[in-house]
Design a protein around this ligand. Structure first.
Ligand SMILES: [Zn+2]
Length: 220
């Protein structure tokens, strides 16, 4: 990694998290119609580029791309918001719960090319806890759509903050953007880091505990 850009969004109630950027915009039952329509437009783009759609390598490409968009933008589909089952915090655990290095792939809203990397999510429970497998699902829901890294970070933090009502939550995302690496300034390996926090993570001591645990490598 040659470059590190730190984008800070460490403020509460960010408007970035409030916009849905597409929740439910693909209604149930519309998938086939959308695939057909997107494939037609993709074929038109290819024809404008003077590509030979009779070429066996291109022949199925419009439909393939259309299906791929539907898969990569799964988070836009109606009714796919993750159902979060919470459990009572019977153990009275009020320390940090951290899930590190959760991989994700998303698509840059500005260029429609991938950005991808890892998310680190921490929260300190109040009266409820959440199953650990849910954290990657929340990340996935917001990643699978045209997205900004800043907004993805805020939306994951806000989702946990509103559904779990913890003492605090913090999300750090590190990602590589192909629109930065393959085009424009062409900076291969540049890493963009974003963070979002709520509640007690505004306290520097709490935040530093999380960041210190992030930098520790696992023993295996
Ligand atoms: Zn971009």
């Amino acid at each position: 990694m040659s470059d590190v850009a730190i984008l800070d969004s460490q403020h509460e109630g960010s408007s970035l998290a409030e916009t849905t950027n597409g929740d439910n915009s693909i209604p149930r039952g519309e998938e086939e119609r959308i695939i057909t329509a997107v494939a037609e437009h993709m074929a038109a783009i290819m024809r404008e580029l003077n590509l030979d759609l009779e070429d066996p390598n291109f022949a199925e490409t419009p439909e393939r791309v259309a299906k791929m968009y539907l898969e990569m933008f799964h988070g836009l589909r109606e009714g796919v918001e993750p159902k979060i089952t919470t459990f009572p915090n019977d153990e009275d655990y009020h320390h940090m719960v951290i899930e590190k290095e959760i991989p994700f792939y998303s698509m840059c809203a500005h260029h429609f090319v991938p950005f991808y990397g890892h998310a680190h999510i921490a929260y300190i429970p109040e009266s409820t806890i959440v199953g650990l497998s849910k954290l990657p699902r929340i990340l996935e829901f917001y990643a699978k759509r045209p997205q900004l890294q800043e907004r993805l970070t805020e939306q994951v933090a806000e989702f946990l903050w509103s559904k779990l009502k913890p003492q605090g939550v913090m999300v750090v995302i590190e990602a590589r953007h192909l629109c930065v690496e393959m085009r424009g300034v062409k900076k291969p390996g540049a890493l963009t880091t974003t963070s979002a926090l709520r509640g007690c993570f505004a306290d520097r001591m709490v935040r530093e505990e999380f960041l210190a645990l992030l930098s520790r490598k696992a023993a295996w």
